[in-house]
Design a protein around this ligand. Structure first.
Ligand code: A2P
Length: 344
């Protein structure tokens, strides 16, 4: 029988993404009969906003998922590794925002505009992709369907909120100190170097091939979501002193010709995308305008004049929203629509 109301847990409810998840569930009227915010013992008993109400945070534990239908996790990889299987064993479907399960073969990695069909084979855990990957694949999907993507070269300009609340506080603190010419007391803790008025070509740790883990996530996750291991992805991930909103400069080489003009028309019809592209009027996407928006914005669409079948573009989205909380809630909504809120 089709269900019409669900018990939903949010793990990491006091964090930057967890709070955005609660906001998104409420704003989109998710069919929840109960919302259970979970976090560490540090914040058990504190309150988090849910619309006009406040909910009391409970401590995450082995029994937290009894009677819960859907759990949205955003409390870091180690919490997901330990608790997502516990939740799934108690019959709760997990949508996990960490990287813990993304490349697991038994776990679908889903962006609802791109590969909703992959939800059909879930076994209790569904992974939410990396924020930079999500906004890129929303745009790559229609282009891949129309002209077959051979290769993507991407540079990211990623906001500090992607690294959590402490990273946002560090930027604020450093900007204040610089404003007061108090440079000497700047003591980077979260980031290795000063992030205020600087760009750091270093997100997550370096791997043996000298790419960062963040960059390799974009390579592997893009192929898994688009279901095509032949796509080449060549990324450089950069942290910039922006609070919210990731931007990406993306160069795409396709097998078949797709002109910038046709690409603009194609993307303006595609789900989840808003095209903002009018050079004559100085219109293009910007992080400051993407904040609190659901859409993935694309502009600066140009033919790459150095190769036969190439395009350049600029893609921007709210990393906490489409890059995390919104995508997770859209996955939950799609599970409900497809009657998949059960662990096989
Ligand atoms: P808490 O507030 O109790 O520390 P952010 O990424 O913005 O820093 O948020 C991390 C989220 O993950 C917070 O809600 C945090 O809760 C939660 N969290 C971190 N470690 C644990 C843990 N061991 N068990 C449960 N929740 C955790």
């Amino acid at each position: 029988m089709e269900r019409d109301s669900f018990v939903v847990a949010v793990v990491g409810a006091t964090g930057a993404v967890g709070r955005e998840m609660l906001k998104t569930l409420k704003a989109r009227n998710f069919p929840a009969c109960e919302i259970i915010p979970l976090a560490s013992s540090r914040s058990a008993g504190t309150k988090v906003p849910y619309g006009d109400d406040e909910l009391v945070v409970r401590e995450l534990g082995e029994h937290s998922f009894e009677g819960v239908d859907i759990a949205l996790f955003s409390a870091g990889g180690s919490v997901s590794e330990e608790y997502a299987p516990i939740a799934a064993r108690s019959g709760c479907v997990v949508v996990d925002n960490s990287s813990a399960w993304r490349m697991d073969e038994e776990t679908p990695l889903v962006v609802p505009e791109v590969n909703p069909h992959d939800l059909d084979w879930h076994k209790g855990i569904i992974a939410n992709p990396n924020c930079s990957t999500i906004q890129m694949v929303v745009v790559l999907k229609p282009i891949h369907d129309a002209a077959t993507i051979r290769r993507v070269v991407v540079s990211t300009y990623q906001a500090v909120s992607g690294a959590g609340q402490k990273a946002m506080d560090e930027l604020t603190d450093q900007v204040k100190k610089m404003y007061n010419f108090d440079m000497e007391s700047i003591d980077p803790k979260y980031f290795q170097y000063r992030i205020a008025f600087n760009c750091l070509p270093h997100i997550d740790r370096f791997l043996e091939n000298d790419y960062t883990k963040e960059e390799m996530k974009m390579v592997h996750e893009t192929r898994k979501i688009l279901g095509d291991d032949s796509i080449g992805v060549s990324p450089t991930a950069v942290r910039v002193p922006v609070y919210i909103g990731h931007s990406e400069s993306v160069n795409i080489e396709t097998v078949d010709k797709l002109s910038a003009r046709d690409c603009r028309a194609l993307l303006s019809q595609a789900p989840g995308i808003t095209v903002q592209d009018n050079p004559e009027e100085n219109i293009y996407p910007m992080a400051i305008e993407a904040v609190d928006e659901d859409a993935t914005f694309v502009g600066r669409i140009r033919d790459d004049e150095t190769i036969a079948n190439g395009l350049n573009m600029w893609i921007v989205a709210d990393n906490l929203r489409k890059g995390a909380a919104l995508n997770a809630v859209q996955i939950a909504e799609t599970l409900v629509e497809r009657e998949l809120v059960r662990v096989p």
